[in-house]
Design a protein around this ligand. Structure first.
Ligand SMILES: [Zn+2]
Length: 135
């Protein structure tokens, strides 16, 4: 199904096909896991910790993300699940990172501290850890 506008969907078999083409192949998954050292890029756990690893699209397929090694990351089942569930909070984190950078550039310490506090709440709860905030 393709979203035409809010609440209006159309079935488009070619789009479904195209999306399937953007799934990683077994060889790509193996290469991505090898690059990431067989560890979750967020928590660093892996099979030796009894954790199952999954390869996930950094930029999602729905968002036009391609099945390329550079667009893949290794996540543990828990963080992959969390990433999907917390998708709605991603633009918020990106927004506060931009605002933080802006405040830093303008030497607005009040705004900078405010943004830092919000971003620390993200970090404290381990939300959207794949979006990196450079302090
Ligand atoms: Zn993890």
């Amino acid at each position: 199904m393709i979203k035409i506008k809010k609440g209006v969907y159309r079935y488009d078999p070619t789009a479904v096909q195209k999306k399937e083409l953007e799934d990683f192949t077994a060889a790509q998954k193996a290469e991505i896991m090898k690059r990431d050292g067989y560890r979750c890029v967020i928590c660093g756990r892996g099979p030796k910790d009894g954790v199952e690893l999954q390869v996930d699209h950094i930029r999602s397929k729905d968002d036009g993300g391609k099945a390329e090694i550079e667009n893949g990351e290794t996540l543990c089942a828990q963080h992959n699940f969390q990433k999907k569930n917390y998708k709605q909070t991603e633009s918020g984190k990106r927004f506060f990172i931009r605002l933080y950078e802006l405040a830093k550039a303008k030497n607005d310490n009040n705004l900078k501290d405010f943004c830092a506090e919000v971003l620390e709440v993200y970090e404290k709860n381990g939300v959207n850890g794949h979006i990196v905030w450079k302090k």
